[in-house]
Design a protein around this ligand. Structure first.
Ligand code: HAM
Length: 419
């Protein structure tokens, strides 16, 4: 559990802020649900013969002997919670969530045992327009973060469960003829979940698959029509994509359209976002048949990508606008009082007052390191006339002007309005 990125870096907060604004602008509302669930929930939804359920869940028996686990993903928990609270019955819902997920995978750059997802799920809509909306939200997020040129969209139509069953049978028949050349995992999955063989990392297995039957030959006309409309909607909205007939996803609940956003800039863990349609899951978990589609992206991967891209706005690391300090000989009380006065006059401005005394020069050095744009320097009271302060630019020019306290708020507003 040690390989965990700090979760509250400025980059992280920036991505969360941009995401929140974006999903709200599409009419999605946030839902929260537990980190701890019955293991059965994930076995039933993700599938028994998947890497997540077979190898990666943090499962344990609690004091009552109930088998619980730390959630490995958000979709199943979202469906369970929404169903339990009556949000899905005969309704359309647009929901989003964020939070930690847990998978016992081998940690490496971009892959952690505790990681964080933002998920977006919509329920009660069966057409390709909502599929397109889900993908458009992700495309809009990359645009907002300046990452559009760092990621590419791959999509596929995996058909209905019945289509995949027919394809699975054909694939099994083909692979059985080459069983001796398969890797161990693939041999085991040959009968239980042959589609997972398509994901095998073994070069010999991949070489065999070149001549294997193709899922696209088995998909039903209805899903093909749905998929064709989705592709047209993506083109109409200028979202470029590549079709990847090998894309089947590692979770069993999908049908029809699946997709992944992939980057080449993070090494092996290049999938930053993934999702698809899952029309059977709500019914499978005990609800009434409800079409659904969604996605999730990994916060850690996005943080890494954004920091590597050099597209992070300077303002992300800036948490202050103004710092207030004292000339030598000025009482600290004056600094505190002036800063309070400014906060009242200029709500929303981020103002820090220097505390802890010290020589003026060392205060000024700290002010430069604080990231604030401006310093207000309180000078000793003049023998006659109004109290004045100096307003200093905390840049290379160090330009400063002397102004009266009465005119300070206006001067600050003016100075901060100029870029
Ligand atoms: P997933 O592909 O398993 O899908 O995960 C989604 C994203 O979570 C990945 O693309 C990746 O960015 C991030 N991720 C997964 N595992 C790790 C890890 N160990 N360390 C860091 N990041 C990771 C799902 O979980 C589905 N629930 C997505 C979905 C939502 N489908 C429909 N709605």
């Amino acid at each position: 559990m040690n390989d965990i990125l700090p979760t509250e870096t400025p980059t992280w907060q920036y991505i969360e802020q941009v995401t929140q604004q974006l999903v709200q602008s599409y009419g999605y509302r946030e839902i929260r649900f537990p980190v701890l669930e019955q293991s059965q929930l994930f076995k039933r939804s993700i599938g028994e013969v998947t890497d997540i359920v077979e190898k990666e869940m943090y499962s344990f028996a609690d004091r009552n002997g109930d088998e619980l686990c730390l959630r490995p993903e958000g979709t199943a928990g979202c469906v369970r919670a929404a169903e339990q609270h009556g949000l899905l019955y005969n309704q359309q819902q647009r929901l989003w969530y964020r939070g930690p997920m847990f998978r016992h995978e081998r940690p490496q750059k971009g892959r952690y045992r505790q990681f964080h997802q933002v998920g977006i799920e919509s329920f009660g809509m069966a057409g390709p327009d909502i599929d397109a909306e889900i993908i458009l939200i992700s495309a809009a997020l990359w645009r907002a973060l300046g990452l559009s040129s760092s990621v590419r969209l791959e999509i596929n139509n995996i058909g209905t469960a019945a289509d995949r069953k027919a394809f699975g049978a054909a694939l099994t028949q083909f692979l059985q003829q080459h069983e001796a050349d398969l890797d161990e995992d693939s041999r085991r999955r040959l009968l239980s979940n042959p589609l997972r063989v398509l994901d095998s990392k073994a070069a010999a297995t991949q070489a065999l698959l070149v001549n294997a039957p193709s899922l696209s030959d088995f998909v039903s006309p209805e899903t093909a029509a749905h998929y064709a409309t989705l592709k047209q909607l993506l083109r109409d909205n200028d979202v470029a994509f590549v079709e990847n007939p090998r894309l089947v996803r590692g979770l069993d609940y999908y049908n029809n359209m699946v997709f992944e956003w992939i980057t080449d800039e993070l090494g092996a863990q290049g999938t930053v976002c993934a999702g698809g349609r899952y029309d059977s899951l709500v019914a499978q978990l005990g609800g009434r048949g409800t079409p659904a589609v969604g996605l999730a992206f990994g916060m850690e991967r996005l943080v890494l990508l954004l920091e590597a891209s050099g597209k992070l706005p300077d303002s992300v690391n800036q948490v202050l606008d103004v710092t207030v300090l004292a000339s030598d000989g000025v009482a600290p009380q004056q600094v505190l009082t002036l800063a309070e006065h400014l906060r009242t006059r200029l709500p929303g401005l981020r103002i820090m007052s220097h505390c802890g005394g010290g020589k003026f020069n060392s205060q000024l050095k700290k002010a430069y390191n604080s990231g604030a744009r401006l310093a207000v320097i309180v000078d000793p009271l003049p023998e006659t006339g109004d109290q004045t302060v100096r307003l200093r630019q905390l840049d290379d020019t160090g330009h400063s002007e002397t102004i009266t306290v009465a005119g300070l708020a206006e001067a600050l507003k003016r100075a901060l309005a100029t870029p």
